[in-house]
Design a protein around this ligand. Structure first.
Ligand SMILES: [Zn+2]
Length: 116
């Protein structure tokens, strides 16, 4: 529930091999926004992109990682498990996006066999 953004994965679907998978995640998503980029949701990003967010001191600033699937490691890497579905074969896909500050470092599929 709530706002989210999309990421385009470089990896193909593990089941049918379809490319251009676009999946949703929560980190740095908000229905609010600023005058530069507009609202912070519904955008599609790629690895290497820096995500826009509120300036420090804004009342929403601390909410950037306030989602159940977002965690921060001791070395400052932020992990966000995302979900999606292959448009071709309808396979449900889980993936993990890593961020440092607000830059997307990587986005990797979680193999179906590794799911709990
Ligand atoms: Zn597929």
């Amino acid at each position: 529930m709530g706002a989210f953004n999309f990421i385009r994965l470089s990896e193909p679907c593990p089941h049918c091999g379809a490319g251009n998978l676009s999946l949703q995640f929560k980190f740095a998503s908000s229905y609010d926004g600023d005058k530069v980029v507009g609202r912070f949701y519904g955008h599609t990003y790629a690895v290497g992109d820096r995500m826009p967010w509120f300036e420090e001191g804004h009342r929403e600033f601390e909410k950037i990682a306030r989602h159940p699937n977002v965690s921060t490691t001791e070395d400052g890497v932020i992990r966000n498990k995302g979900i999606g579905r292959c448009a071709e074969c309808k396979l449900d896909i889980e993936f993990e996006v890593l961020f440092r500050d607000r830059v997307i470092v990587s986005a990797k599929l979680i193999p179906p066999s590794a799911k709990a």
